[in-house]
Design a protein around this ligand. Structure first.
Ligand SMILES: [Zn+2]
Length: 321
């Protein structure tokens, strides 16, 4: 029992130490950061007012155009944190505090270490990759900051204040901000153009679809096609054996040649060589030129022969049964 008690005590102590450590870590981590208010945050008093205004204007324009915030933070040091971790933490906090923005970039200048860090929210890295940010730092920012260092060393060697070199720092940041803003604006315009193209294309496709599905001509065309297919089917079926669907042999035999006042008679002999199906049709014929004058007779005969045929089929059916 005593052993278990010791065990529990050790466990509780470990838990309390771990929890305490975590709370300490969180609190110091959050409180150890400078607060970010606005686009330019200079905690070193090295940036001249003119530069602050110019840089702020560029960032302001960028945020209005693209909803992407570019934040400049200048600190003497990031103790006790690594500059990169510090910048990442600043960016994460900024993003959480501004839910309405599309993206954010932080440029952090650590004066004591003489380093510049850029942190970009992952969700905008498709249009502004980290590699491009580093390119801007290497080409536009760091060379001018090196000049600032050189100038400061010369000033100090000459027994003067190093504040004369501050202009170089302002210029370096301004150049960097300008280049970042330009790239993002360009990419944003491209993105907008692409979106617009996709929208236009989709609208055109939708329009075409609506036109087709609601056009009267479409339905008329469909009806015509259906009728045509039906007629072709009927005609094909007529020359096919009704029992085995093989091709029928059709012979016409004239029994009586039509004369002026007397219609002629033709027998149509239908036979299937495959199954032996056999049928005969009586066809009343008329002399050429006779048709229009005796159209009534013709129609009457057609109707009569139709019913005669039906009757014959009916009888045949009865007989089969
Ligand atoms: Zn047949």
């Amino acid at each position: 029992m005593q052993k278990l008690y010791k065990y529990l005590l050790a466990f509780s102590a470990a838990l309390i130490i771990a929890l305490g450590g975590y709370v300490y870590y969180v609190v110091t981590f959050e409180t150890g950061l400078v607060s970010v208010t606005g686009f330019v945050n200079d905690y070193t008093q090295k940036l001249e007012a003119d530069f602050i205004t110019s840089i702020t204007n560029i960032c302001q324009n960028l945020s209005q155009k693209t909803k992407i915030h570019l934040i400049v933070v200048m600190v003497q040091n990031t103790k006790p944190y690594d500059t990169g971790v510090y910048a990442a933490r600043l960016l994460k906090n900024y993003d959480e505090a501004h839910p309405d923005i599309d993206g954010a970039i932080i440029m952090l200048i650590n004066l004591d270490k003489g380093t510049v860090n850029m942190e970009i929210l992952p969700r905008i890295q498709f249009m502004f990759p980290l590699s491009y940010g580093e390119k801007i730092l290497n080409e536009s920012v760091i060379p001018i900051l090196n000049e600032a260092d050189k100038a400061a060393r010369e000033l100090i060697a000459g027994g003067k204040s190093r504040d004369g070199a501050n202009e170089f720092i302002g210029r370096a940041i301004l150049e960097g901000v300008r280049a970042i803003s330009q790239k993002i604006t360009d990419e944003y315009a491209k993105q907008k153009f692409t979106d617009e193209m996709i929208k236009q294309k989709k609208a055109a496709e939708d329009g075409a679809r609506v036109k087709w599905s609601f056009s009267l001509w479409f339905y008329l065309g469909m009806a015509l096609c259906a009728v045509l297919i039906y007629v072709i089917f009927k005609v094909r079926m007529r020359i096919r054996c009704p029992k085995c669907y093989y091709k029928l042999k059709i012979n016409e035999e004239t029994i009586e040649v039509p004369e002026k006042e007397k219609p002629g008679l033709t027998i149509e002999v239908i036979q299937c060589n495959h199954c032996g199906y056999y049928d005969m049709k009586r066809i009343v014929t008329y002399e050429r030129g006779f048709y229009f004058g005796h159209l009534y007779e013709v129609i009457k005969d057609v109707v009569k022969s139709y019913y005669r045929k039906k009757k014959r089929e009916y009888r045949k059916q009865k007989y089969d049964e």
